[in-house]
Design a protein around this ligand. Structure first.
Ligand code: WTA
Length: 646
């Protein structure tokens, strides 16, 4: 592991919002007067009614609750749009860059205000009220941001479903939260290819009795079937409503959104975030970690279907009155210079992306980068998975020409925003380390028995106390929330990640320690892929593990036992891969399907995943104790067959 240290560049230190001295002052205040600290920070937002208490949270079972600023009243859309109008009405709120480099739009705060109001009025005209759930299944178009903010404006709870998920995945997410309305587009457009979104909605809805209305945004304009009484064109609805819509006063702990994410067991969980704490966390981390300066163009490449898109394309930057760039396309279209061309076209100062994209671009060599100027870049960021030092160095040296600090930000859907990351003006960087906790974050490492480990060490990453951006519950299943995150190590939030802490107190995230894999920065539950596999008519049993993958970080390795009488073949393999893509979506595409005559099980019938992981990693010399297996000979066979595949 690289231990090279990159000191803070002097041009960054000289004018950073938070330098080492201010950081020390803030940490001091957090220790001595946390309530005063949060009161001051909460002034970043406009409150309709001030709160009297900040943190009232406890992770202990008997007193378990997570509550911040609970009696405060505010509105997220008013904070992200209206309050900027007096000073910044004509400033770009959203720069939209289309998949096609010829297509773009600049949306000022004034325009954003009108669009959000109109969208909110369309929702209201279609019967949506405070507390109703609205599912958004949209491509990266400005309407996605309008729809999110429109829900926030009227107090409806949005649930964004990534447009790459299948009709089945969409249906189960709509059913789980009983959405009354779905917003979609005729088609999406990515890398020159059309994504049939409306078609997926049509396939999903027969299984979703709660949905009364579908609003369809025309993106490509190609004809799609419309179901009378249910489907409406958004443009037609928009023309009928007023451009003004009051914003609903919301309690700080009223729900803002649900976002489904994969865990180690069962179906995806509806992570619920609330209004005050979430918005403060998104705004504060966006401001401080990216050292955002008014007027700068900030670009986060994440899709709004993921939490990074929620917090760092929409809510954080807009709460701060920033200019956020929203990109519809992919890094390789029309060619692999696209990211950098967009940086030049719009003078991007802050650029936030995922290691998987960097690794894919690195493979194309330095040429496509060198063909562009990138002089506007000031800060670079990384998120989603551990960044390997090679990718870090390439990002730093080639993309940033050595002058831009890289903020490697560790966080999760559950945390609402960034938790461990350097501050550009206050933290020396070490390639591959997310460095130090953000203000108010208290990480700790524990061993398998929950004993806290001190000093330089490695263990399970937990968080000792609540922070404002923390998720509040699993939608509809509070018990599952407690069980998943607070029961493994009582009194602590367990992240599911492992980490190492070095002599300087820097954290190095080592990856998931549960049955979640990280494919191209996307979380995938192995259990979800397994249940898709066993739904295939010819499959009796399946076990899925992660394997190292040079671009994706982790790939999906599936061991499949066929029904008696079925024969494994290349055609069947392809059919299985297609099946999983259809069941879940292309992000769940298995990289390897191995037909296994049997799976390694203990005598009590438990699959020994540890062994399957080792075989998938090609690390078969250290399988450990296999004597407890019901039939140790399966292992030999699996190893021999796996060599033929990898
Ligand atoms: C991983 C994405 C190492 C981690 C924001 C976490 C990271 C999971 C980093 C959450 C990072 C995210 N370094 N690992 N900088 N950022 N992860 O919920 O395993 O989609 O638990 O949130 O991604 O993924 P999620």
């Amino acid at each position: 592991m690289s231990e090279k240290r990159h000191p803070i560049p002097s041009h960054i230190r000289a004018c950073a919002r938070v330098d080492a001295r201010r950081r020390a002052e803030w940490l001091d205040q957090l220790r001595n007067d946390p309530d005063g600290f949060w009161r001051r920070e909460a002034r970043r937002l406009d409150w309709i009614r001030d709160f009297t208490r900040s943190d009232e949270s406890s992770f202990d079972e008997a007193a378990f609750q997570i509550r911040w600023f609970a009696d405060g009243v505010l509105n997220v859309a008013a904070n992200c749009v209206d309050r900027h109008l007096p000073e910044r009405a004509e400033r770009a709120a959203i720069i939209w860059e289309g998949d096609n480099p010829e297509e773009s739009r600049v949306i000022t705060y004034r325009m954003l205000h009108e669009e959000v109001c109109r969208f909110a009025n369309v929702l209201k005209a279609n019967g949506i009220r405070k507390g109703d759930r609205v599912t958004l299944y949209l491509p990266m178009i400005p309407e996605a941001a309008y729809a999110m903010l429109a829900c926030a404006r009227i107090g409806a709870i949005h649930s964004v479903v990534f447009a790459g998920f299948s009709a089945d995945s969409l249906a189960s997410r709509i059913r789980d939260c009983d959405s009354r309305l779905v917003v979609t587009a005729d088609e999406g457009l990515r890398g020159g290819r059309k994504v049939p979104l409306k078609q997926s909605v049509d396939e999903a809805l027969p299984h979703c009795p709660s949905v009364e209305t579908v609003l369809v945004v025309a993106r490509t304009g190609n004809p799609v079937p419309m179901t009378p009484g249910r489907d409406r064109w958004y443009a037609a609805e928009r023309a009928l409503v007023s451009a003004d819509c009051p914003s609903e006063p919301m309690g700080a702990e009223d729900p803002l959104f649900i976002l489904y994410t994969s865990g180690s067991t069962g179906t995806p969980k509806g992570v619920l975030h609330t209004t005050g704490g979430y918005l403060l966390w998104a705004a504060m981390t966006h401001d401080v970690v990216f050292d955002y300066r008014p007027g700068e163009v900030y670009w986060c490449t994440a899709d709004i279907g993921w939490v990074t898109g929620h917090s760092y394309v929409v809510y954080g930057p807009l709460a701060n009155g920033a200019t956020t760039l929203m990109f519809e396309g992919v890094p390789s279209y029309p060619d692999s210079s696209r990211f950098w061309q967009v940086c030049d076209k719009w003078n991007v100062a802050i650029f936030y992306t995922a290691p998987t994209a960097l690794r894919a671009l690195m493979r194309e060599g330095d040429g496509p980068v060198a063909a562009t100027s990138r002089q506007s870049l000031r800060i670079l960021g990384s998120v989603g998975e551990p960044i390997n030092p090679e990718a870090w160095e390439w990002f730093h040296r080639v993309v940033g020409e050595g002058r831009c600090p890289i903020v490697d930000t560790w966080w999760q859907t559950e945390t609402g925003g960034i938790m461990i990351a350097p501050l550009p003006g206050a933290t020396d960087l070490k390639p591959g380390s997310a460095t130090l906790p953000f203000f108010g974050v208290e990480p700790l490492l524990v061993d398998g028995e929950g004993r806290e480990l001190t000093g330089a060490t490695e263990g399970n990453l937990c968080i000792a106390r609540s922070w404002p951006g923390q998720m509040r519950t699993v939608y509809g299943d509070h018990e599952r929330f407690f069980q998943t995150y607070f029961s493994t190590f009582p009194g602590r939030y367990f992240t599911g990640d492992g980490a190492r802490r070095d002599e300087d107190g820097y954290y190095w995230i080592t990856g998931r320690v549960d049955d979640v894999i990280n494919v191209s920065g996307h979380r995938m539950g192995t259990a979800e892929v397994e249940s898709a596999l066993v739904a295939h008519a010819k499959i009796a049993e399946a076990a899925v593990v992660g394997m190292p993958h040079p671009i994706k970080g982790q790939g999906i390795y599936a061991y499949v036992t066929l029904n008696v009488g079925e024969e494994g073949s290349e055609t069947l393999r392809e059919d299985i891969v297609r099946w999983v893509r259809r069941e879940i979506g292309p992000i769940a595409t298995p990289d390897i399907v191995q037909f296994a005559p049997g799976l390694p099980k203990t005598r009590s019938g438990k699959i020994m995943r540890r062994i399957l992981r080792k075989i998938a990693e090609g690390d078969t010399d250290s399988l450990g104790d296999i004597s407890t297996l019901a039939d140790p000979s399966v292992v030999e066979r699996l190893i021999a067959d796996s060599r033929l595949l990898t």
